[in-house]
Design a protein around this ligand. Structure first.
Ligand SMILES: [Zn+2]
Length: 328
């Protein structure tokens, strides 16, 4: 096992690097790439989770949750508190982009999206606050979802579009003019935490251990729908931070059942057969050689002419308000 599995307190040898993880709702940062962000934060990387919406239209998904909020405002407040606890568990900073959850439309035909929701905001308006944040936080690496959203929630697809736009426009002085100094992030990745390969590997390991696996139906329905598998270029060894990921998941008490799906796999078995999180390198401005085991492969912050400059911007101050101590 490499040093990457050491867990919290692994040192701060990667200071000067910045990672921005763009997600649609509070809780997505805990189910997609969570242990990766916890690992990099523990290693000294400045990690900023960006949450596009407040998750106002999320339902209570945890059957064990008592005393549910009765209004969207109350729900938003509860989810803000949950998000702060999750960020603390991961040791990362977090920033709300401020858009309103579109909800997951259900029915046939699908109902129209609610007025004013994130997925209906014109792209340039939706991307502008993220461009601002990229120009002030100046990430070397950004992560988000692939063009399908990973799953077909309109906010996840919009999250991809907004992050893709910000990655490609933030460095261009002709785009989003008068919105801060241009900054070009060097690498863009897509999260791939639910590949068929992972589901199958964990499913087979559970069966081999004589355990009941909850993944069988999921695997057959995925195989049946012939959802094309995206390429994986980068695998991050992060099992030492699975406990941090789990603590962050549990912090989203309205969404995550601590005895449910996310916790179905025994953790020692998971760490043995699937100690990684997976990514697809979608764009790079530095030379790369795949497969990779590090999101920052090829990135050298000492080459960064403004790395030592003052970064205390308004956006940082906002992030700091939601920020939490790194427990390392
Ligand atoms: Zn989501």
């Amino acid at each position: 096992m490499s040093g990457a599995t050491t867990g919290p307190g692994a040192g701060a040898h990667r200071s000067g690097l910045r990672l921005m993880a763009v997600h649609a709702h509070p809780d997505d940062e805990s189910s997609k790439g969570a242990a990766t962000t916890a690992r990099y934060a523990a290693e000294g990387v400045d990690v900023l989770v960006v949450t596009c919406t407040g998750g106002e239209r999320g339902s209570i998904l945890n059957p064990r949750y008592t005393d549910p909020p009765s209004t969207p405002e109350e729900m938003a407040a509860v989810r803000r508190d949950e998000m702060a606890a999750a960020a603390a568990a991961l040791g990362v900073r977090q920033h709300w982009l401020g858009f309103v959850d579109s909800g997951l439309p259900e029915g046939d035909p699908l109902p129209p999206l609610p007025e004013g929701c994130f997925a209906l905001v014109p792209l340039e308006d939706a991307a502008a606050p993220l461009v601002d944040l990229v120009r002030s936080f100046r990430p070397h690496v950004m992560t988000t979802y692939d063009p399908t959203g990973g799953y077909p929630h309109p906010d996840h697809i919009m999250c991809h579009r907004v992050a893709f736009e910000a990655f490609h426009a933030a460095g261009d002085p002709e785009r989003y003019r008068d919105r801060g100094e241009p900054w070009q992030p060097l690498k863009l990745y897509y999260n791939h935490d639910f590949s068929l390969t992972r589901l199958r590997t964990v499913h087979e390991a559970m069966q081999a251990a004589g355990l009941e696996s909850p993944f069988g139906d999921w695997i057959s329905s995925r195989a049946m729908r012939e959802v094309p598998e995206r390429p994986v270029t980068t695998r991050i060894e992060c099992s030492g931070w699975f406990p941090a990921r789990d603590a962050a998941l549990v912090a989203h008490a309205t969404q995550i059942d601590p005895e449910g799906f996310f916790f179905a796999t025994p953790r020692d078995l998971e760490a043995e057969v699937w100690p990684v999180e997976e990514y697809e390198l979608a764009a790079s401005h530095v030379p790369v050689s795949t497969p990779e085991d590090d999101l920052f492969a090829g990135v050298h912050p000492e080459d960064d002419p403004v790395a030592d400059a003052d970064t205390d911007t308004d956006a940082d101050a906002d992030a700091d308000r939601a920020a939490t101590e790194v427990d390392a």
